[in-house]
Design a protein around this ligand. Sequence first.
Ligand SMILES: NC(=O)NCCC(=O)O
Length: 365
Amino acid sequence: MEQTLDNIVKKNLKPEDLKQFNRIHYGREDHCELKLKESTIKKCHEANIEVAGYYFTANREQIRDPRYVKVGVIQHSIVQPTDKPLSEQRAAILKKITNVIDIAAAEGVQILCLQEMWYMPFFLCTREKDKWAEFAESATEGPVFNFLSPIAKKYQMVLISSILENDNGTWWNTAVVINENGQYMGKHRKNHIPSVGSFSETSYYAPGNLGHTVFNTKYAKIAINICYGRHQALNWLMFGLNGAEIVFNPAATISEFGESFWGIEARCAAVANSYFTCSINRVGTEVFPVIKDGRKEFITRSYYGSSYITAPNGHRTPSLSRVRDGLIISVLDLNLCRQMKDQWGFNMTSRLDMYAEKLSQKKET
Ligand SMILES: NC(=O)NCCC(=O)O
């Protein structure tokens, strides 16, 4: 059994203690597991993909019907070594992901989010640009959009695809939303760009210029907070103010950068803003041969996966594996968003006026 925090706890606690742990830590005594099809389990086993299903309920209301939506998140490693031709690298990932999307579709997933820059190695640690430029593409007619669009249509699935966008020669870190008819619905550009340790993304693209768009899809009002933006409470807040019911956080992050707060930030955001959050991180080790001072060196980075989903009441799923490809399928009752607002009064008691006044006075130091 793999050493995730959940597995360590499960293995070492007596059933009664485990119940207590789950009640206090996760907010519920069991994980409300969703029964998945035999075929899903078989296909995932064959492809060495961890698969887990959960559901989040809300109180029954007298007037409003439950508003169920089934979401999926996929974490995965790259397939080919990073020195192979770019087209081969991308084709191998697309093939792998097609299989996982097919599995998710057979389970009736309606909204599915992929990890940050899912179709390529996360080369942004190398500081190299030219070598990778062909991975940067148009949000509306690039190879990745053209690949996903028919899939979205075939399965009437909303797809969130994090890409390296090339918009008339300018690069952006962008999440594209494709609607259930396979049409481009819009995009969000990463607002906060890391320049920390080997995450030197500021040399590639500028902070996003599209604000905090919420996409009113057929199934839910969704938004995307891309990776490093999860460290900013106000970034999460703005998506909530704009009406998001689910905020996806496609990421690429490694242990050295706060694995201990990975499980906290999106969960806090879900509680503070009364929406669901879906956190998706890469897995696997990516090795980049680079030339430094005339010598060949290797940059190696390992991503710790651990994708999970949180409800507005703070209940969350266990994490996926730290090392294996994985798929979480979860049923969410969106009624829980308003119920939490009503129960806790977070909206009613917020003091945005007070913050706005101070923020408008704030000068850059
Ligand atoms: N991809 C990305 O923004 N990574 C930054 C490191 C982190 O926020 O964990």
